[in-house]
Design a binder for this molecule. Structure first.
Ligand code: ZN
Length: 413
């Protein structure tokens, strides 16, 4: 079965559809599910480390890992034998990676997911449990009714390093949205070798994130105080985060100049530690944020904790040795994640930044196509772009102008 699938896939792997949607099964973020996706899963399963492959979309049977069953299911989907994956509660596969299921009813909605499935989450109002839920691995909305101090509580942690964790996206209370990572009390995040901290959307240990009604907890100051960008370039309709991976490169100086000249006074560069300091002085003079994109840009999905830790910690050192503040955020190489990688990032205080859109510049997208992709950016969004792509460099002035024309401004992490 494995061999015939590979042969079939190789014969048919001749087209890629460009797009920005990340459906479950769309393992190369091509915008559609085809036999290439099945091939990539099969390659990953046998340890070939394929490029342009996103494991986050590969576990279509929610088994907690990828295997030949996932490849087979994707192939079956492609030829029309099935119309949805076991991971999806309702067909058809949509254009997002998450499902929305409102469970219960009330004025409190917690959007959350588990890393393994089976995690138990409670919503408490003034110390009383008003909702109990069991997590799936896809984001869903869990609702309850109550008032006062609202806590979202993780109750059945298995205390294994690679085991159950809960990621809380946000809580809506009486229609107001509170982002989990903006909350000052999180007794369940695992940082610096212990449970408990602040400003994190992760529940690694038994414990809770505390949310309030009637009072907005101030957002964290760490990310803004470490930003070195010049004055405000906020927009009337909100702000986007322009992000560029894989620097510094020979394009660094030109890219920084283009951004500054076009009026984007803030931008974030996710750099490869081993390429520092290189041309990084251009980031400094422009006042842009320099953040972690790992030391060696490796496929870390199968690495152990210490190996991942050493690489990401080394990248922090390379960045700091070049005279930049200690990174607070990371974009993972190839966007590949695992619970081990997530634990290391948590320990290092690195928030993982996933792109809101993929310009496909790494995949040969034209200058116009990159511009078009960025035209769909909304406030708070960040595009996946790479500074070593000449089409990205050619596109950036128009991208900035178009965003400004829409009343959008610029922030950096
Ligand atoms: Zn990269």
């Amino acid at each position: 079965m494995k061999k015939s699938l590979l042969v079939l896939a190789l014969v048919l792997a001749s087209f890629v559809v460009f797009g920005q949607s990340y459906s479950l099964g769309d393992t190369n973020h091509s915008g559609g599910i085809d036999v290439v996706d099945a091939l990539l899963i099969a390659q990953a399963y046998v340890g070939l480390n394929p490029s342009n492959y996103y494991e986050s979309e590969a576990d279509v049977d929610c088994s907690g890992g990828i295997d030949i069953v996932d490849a087979l299911l994707v192939a079956q989907y492609y030829v029309g034998l099935i119309s949805s994956f076991p991971c999806q509660s309702t067909p058809p596969p949509g254009t997002t990676t998450t499902t929305t299921t409102s469970i219960g009813g009330g004025n409190i909605i917690a959007r959350a997911r588990g890393t393994m499935g089976g995690e138990k989450l409670e919503i408490q109002a003034n110390g009383t449990t008003v909702g109990s839920f069991t997590m799936s691995t896809s984001y869903a909305d869990y609702s309850a009714s109550g008032s006062g101090t609202i806590r979202v509580v993780f109750t059945n942690d298995d205390q294994l390093e690679n085991g159950m964790d809960i990621q809380v996206d946000y809580v809506d209370i009486n229609g107001t949205r509170y982002q989990a990572e903006d909350q000052a009390t999180n007794t369940a995040v695992y940082v610096n070798g212990a449970c408990g901290g602040e400003y994190s959307e992760w529940l690694h240990c038994n414990g809770y994130i505390e949310f309030y009604t009637g009072e907005v907890t101030p957002p964290p100051t760490s990310t803004t105080t470490t930003s070195t960008g010049g004055g405000s370039c906020d927009g009337a309709n909100g702000n986007v985060y322009l992000t560029f991976d894989d620097g510094p490169t020979g394009n660094t100086q030109s890219l920084c100049s283009s951004l500054t000249n076009a009026g984007a006074c803030k931008a974030t560069f996710f750099v490869i530690g081993q390429n520092m300091p290189g041309n990084s002085s251009a980031y400094k003079s422009a006042g842009f944020s320099v953040q972690n994109h790992s030391q060696t840009h490796s496929h870390m999905g199968s690495w152990g904790y210490q190996q991942v830790y050493n690489d990401l910690n080394q990248a922090n050192s390379s960045i700091q040795n070049a005279g930049f503040p200690k990174p607070t955020v990371i974009r993972l190489p190839y966007l590949e994640s695992s619970s081990t990688i997530q634990s290391v990032c948590s320990e290092l205080g690195l928030q993982i930044i996933s792109p809101s859109i993929d310009t496909q510049d790494w995949n040969g997208a034209s200058t116009q196509s990159i511009i078009n992709a960025c035209n769909s950016l909304n406030a708070g969004g960040n595009p996946l772009m790479h500074e070593n792509q000449s089409n990205t460099l050619a596109a950036i002035t128009t991208i900035v102008q178009n965003l400004k024309n829409r009343g959008l401004g610029f922030r950096q992490y």
